[in-house]
Design a protein around this ligand. Structure first.
Ligand code: NAP
Ligand code: HSE
Length: 428
């Protein structure tokens, strides 16, 4: 039997408590699987006196996470505090410098400082593992790095923020506005302390940046993501999209193209019959495409105590078994600097317009689309009361630049009764 693996856990919130709980309740199972005990040497949080619903007696305590990270009796520093900088980064750096293995669930820190931390960890010969940072309980990192190691990854896409998917699906089932359902989600405690991280798409974009690095062998490039949140998704669009056979999702897509690395996090339409279209509530889904495997779909809980702690434990077990490769799947110093694609791959688009209800209005819209080279695939005009005619158009595949030319020309037609809404339809 090998020596026990001794953890120092910084952060005893949702995820930290989940990890403590698994280590306590599954001690025998873990020891049988790993051939060694997993022990908690010491913990850290802001408040020592808070009742966290799990016993902490017998564990050492540090007020300062940096002190925890460098304790002699800690083999693995487990960073579960969160935050891009501050104590999380300071303690992670201190742990690496002290030669400790590191586990984190902190996507914000990795999306911004991943390259520097990876280089430091690899120079020191220690692991930096982060299965919980992307899509909670879904083993996306392991799947990309190990299960699909023999594939050239061609595209990864997914719904990676449960709160946004909850809001969008609740809007659809209730018929209520974004503002109403945002308030509901906030009241239920589904949103981050800073809700902009969720609804602004930032949390999901952090995850996408990490995925891109592993999938395409590039340095994490959060700033290269074309980012748009869900704040402007209206109930009118959710209803109209459903009528045309689509669902609106905050969809992350990353793919290497001839124009560079295309990373997008934006509201998109997907067919309602597709796995992504059928994803309800707070669940996450990651779709990975590889040249050999084709398409695989991973679905599960992207957040919460049990699922996220489950992912942290996957890293604990890897380290206990001595299996930890380069942080992003290949040596960090050799990762390429990606050129961010400035344009998006051509796609079909959904257009919702309100037209002044007079003869020739629709013809004018069709003309500007045609003149910009945008071809109409489907069109629907609803029963309405004058003076506004609601018209939905689904285009054939086109470039965003051509569509923007048409949208701009539409403003001069004199037949728009409101600003048109254009949303990308992703081929999934
Ligand atoms: P949380 O519930 O807010 O807990 C954060 C913990 O960190 C608290 O125990 C807090 O102490 C402690 N902490 C904060 N600042 C500290 C400091 N300066 N020194 C020592 N301890 C400090 O957060 P969480 O939801 O567990 O998330 C933890 C990490 O996991 C984050 O990076 C998050 O993005 C990631 N993650 C979370 C989920 C999820 O479902 N929650 C899913 C995936 C990834 P007190 O309790 O004393 O205030
Ligand atoms: N707020 C995040 C979500 C938590 O809703 O998915 C997990 O990152």
């Amino acid at each position: 039997m090998s020596e026990p693996l001794r953890l120092g856990i910084a952060g005893l919130g949702t995820v930290g408590v989940g990890v403590v709980r698994i280590i306590r309740t599954q001690a025998a199972l873990l020891e049988a699987r790993l051939g060694r005990k997993i022990e908690i040497a010491a913990v850290s949080a802001r408040s020592k006196s808070k009742d966290r619903g799990v016993p902490l007696t017998g564990y050492g305590w540090e007020d300062d996470p940096v002190a925890l990270a460098t304790r002699d009796d800690v083999d693995v520093f487990v960073e579960l505090m969160g935050g891009e900088d501050g104590p999380a980064k300071a303690a992670t750096e201190a742990a690496i410098a002290a030669g400790k293995q590191v586990i984190t669930a902190n996507k914000a820190m990795l999306a911004v400082h991943g390259q520097t931390l990876a280089e430091a960890a690899e120079a020191k010969g220690v692991a930096l593992k982060y299965e919980a940072a992307v899509a909670g309980g879904i083993p996306v990192i392991k799947t990309l790095m190990e299960g699909l190691a023999g594939n050239q990854i061609t595209r990864v896409m997914g719904v990676m923020n449960g709160s946004c998917n909850y809001i969008l699906t609740r809007m659809e089932t209730s018929g209520k506005t974004y503002q109403d359902i945002f308030a509901e989600a906030d009241g239920l405690g589904y949103l981050e302390a800073d809700p902009q991280l969720d609804v602004g798409g930032i949390d999901a974009a952090h995850k996408l940046a990490i995925i891109s690095s592993i999938a395409f062998g590039t340095r994490v490039d959060f700033d290269g993501i074309q980012l748009e949140g869900i704040e402007r998704v209206s109930i009118e669009d959710i209803t109209a999209a459903a009528d045309m056979g689509y669902k609106i999702k905050l969809l992350g897509v990353t793919q290497m193209t001839g124009r560079g690395l295309e990373q997008r996090m934006q509201p998109c339409l997907v067919p309602e019959t597709s796995p992504l279209g059928q994803l309800e509530g707070g669940t996450n889904m990651v779709v990975i495409e590889g040249d050999a495997v084709g398409q695989i779909v991973l679905r599960g809980a992207g957040a919460g105590e049990g699922p996220t702690a489950s992912a942290v434990m996957s890293d604990v077990c890897d380290i206990a078994k001595g299996s930890a490769g380069p942080v992003f799947g290949q040596p960090a110093a050799g990762l390429a600097t990606a050129t961010a694609a400035t344009s998006q791959r051509p796609a079909a688009y959904y257009l919702r317009t309100a037209l002044v209800d007079k003869p020739g209005a629709l013809a004018k819209i069709a003309t500007v689309l045609g003149e910009a080279g945008v071809s109409i695939n489907r069109m629907r005009q609803y029963e309405h009361e004058a003076p506004e005619a609601p018209v939905l158009i689904v285009t054939h595949k086109t470039t965003r630049a051509a569509l923007d030319t048409a949208l701009s020309a539409m403003e001069d037609t004199g037949v728009l009764a409101g600003a048109p809404v254009a949303l990308r339809i992703e081929e999934v």
